[in-house]
Ligand binder design. Structure first.
Ligand code: ZN
Length: 468
């Protein structure tokens, strides 16, 4: 049985996930991600490596931009097949794509203004990668699937989605190809989450697979214990209240913001923190929280118990969802301590910048980082202890207290990835390591080979492998 696999992204890097399977006369793309690494962003603009109109279907593992962000462009280039994913993934993906389209359009307008000011002429036309209309045009292609229910993709080809525990709706996908009793299976890990995190269920491992593509974001690292997050949060909040300042938390709209609300709900409910105003100051995070509320069937036992008791896991007394700009501006008029959760997660844009201008020079305020800060971002610069930073065109002295809570990672670490693979009934014939920086992918590949005797290969960009 001819089965061909080609790595079209997230090969020795972490973004731009895209893997092509050719089997039974069909071309199936697993994920269609946007490149976020600066050095690889140019690939977003290049024509898709294989003709888009020749792709019959897309299987989407989850809603993160680096897995779904090039779907509107694929559609523009001629893709007209179905996009299969869970219903929560569809809902969140649509929010993410609309936001991404708005950013693409704003970026072009900004570049045009800057070039005009500098008297430069761009060699490229001033066009966004895709617009809001382009994003909306691919929405009718979405076709939803339920977890653990095989979905027919084509003649003799079916896909089964398993909860990956990474973000709401995320999946590992088992693709089965074959007929007349002879079949092959390829398992795409997607991004694998962690065990015992709030809200999400633990990752589920499919029963068996001939071939596996496994992510390796943290393939060479181990996370610390995540049990004391709410204790740390309680301490930071209590100390900020005592100092009389505000607590700013730059946060990603998907998952991290909802996890924060979940922990705050717990702290408020147990009276471990005094009554406070908490602002979720991000229209996108608010929309994503609505998706969480619409999918109570996807959460873990603890969150289910809360919901059954009539408790809202993402809401509590004092919480204000601020949608409009005027609501956002009003936050700075509030007397006493308040908590502000706002994007962007690395302080590179969004409403958090306005809150920073009001608080960064106040020693009584606290800036709390709960997510990864990429090098070169304002978040990273502050975290590294810079004394002066530039925010919205103004130099500011950093006087606020800067804190960080680790343990919020949405990705399995090396041992958790090993545990995930260990859930398979038998060792796969071959494992391809994807979605990791060069070092991480190589070290994880060696680790699996050495410790488990598995046949592993680090996937290379645009490499094609024939599987038998
Ligand atoms: Zn992800």
């Amino acid at each position: 049985m001819a089965l061909k696999l080609q790595f079209l992204g997230a090969a020795q890097n972490v973004t731009g996930s895209a893997h092509l399977v050719e089997a039974g006369g069909m071309r199936i793309l697993v994920d269609c991600g946007y490149y976020q690494e600066r050095a690889l962003r140019q690939r977003n603009w290049e024509p898709f490596p294989v003709p888009a109109e020749g792709i019959d279907a897309v299987l989407l593992t989850h809603a993160h931009l680096d897995h779904c962000g090039l779907l509107p462009k694929l559609h523009k280039e001629g893709f007209r097949g179905k996009i299969y994913c869970t219903s929560a993934t569809r809902d969140i993906t649509q929010i993410i794509l609309l936001d991404s389209a708005r950013i693409q359009v704003e970026d072009v307008a900004y570049k045009r203004r800057r070039h005009a000011r500098e008297g430069r002429q761009s060699p490229h036309p001033y066009e966004p990668l895709y617009t809001v209309e382009d994003a909306e045009a691919c929405f009718p292609l979405f076709s939803t699937v339920a977890y653990e229910q095989p979905a027919a993709i084509g003649d003799g080809i079916e896909a089964t989605y398993y909860d990956a525990g990474h973000i709401l709706g995320s999946a590992s996908i088992l693709l089965r190809v074959g007929r007349n009793g002879e079949s092959r299976t390829i398992l795409f890990s997607g991004d694998v989450g962690r065990w015992n995190t709030p809200i999400l269920r633990d990752p589920t491992v499919p029963p068996e697979a001939d071939y596996v593509l496994v992510e390796s974001t943290y393939g060479n690292r181990l996370h610390g214990d995540n049990a004391d997050i709410s204790k740390r949060l309680e301490t930071v909040i209590t100390e900020t209240v005592r100092a009389g300042g505000n607590l700013l938390i730059p946060s990603f709209a998907v998952e991290r913001s909802q996890e924060l609300l979940y922990h705050l709900n717990e702290l408020v409910g147990a009276k471990r923190i005094p009554p406070l105003m908490v602002f979720l100051d991000s229209p996108m995070a608010i929309r994503v929280t609505d998706v969480f509320r619409r999918h109570p069937e996807l959460v873990d036992e603890e969150a289910t118990a809360l919901i059954e008791d009539g408790n809202d896991p993402y809401g509590f007394t004092g919480l204000v969802m601020s949608r409009s700009v005027s609501q956002s501006k009003a936050i700075n008029q509030v007397k006493g301590t308040s908590i502000v959760i706002a994007g962007s997660g690395m302080c590179t844009g969004g409403r958090i910048k306005h809150h920073l201008t009001h608080n960064i020079e106040r020693p009584e305020s606290t800036l709390l980082f709960v997510g990864y800060q990429a090098s070169g971002t304002l978040g990273r610069i502050i975290l590294q202890g810079a004394n002066r930073v530039r925010i919205l065109g103004q130099e500011r002295t950093v006087r606020a207290r800067v804190e960080q809570i680790d343990g919020f990672s949405a990705h399995a670490d090396r041992n958790e990835l090993r545990r995930w693979l260990g859930g398979l009934a038998a060792p796969p014939r071959r494992i391809f390591v994807v979605h990791g920086e060069e070092d991480s992918a190589a070290e994880f590949s060696d680790f699996l080979h050495r410790e488990e005797g598995l046949s592993t290969t680090v996937a290379e960009y645009r490499q094609t492998v024939e599987l038998d």
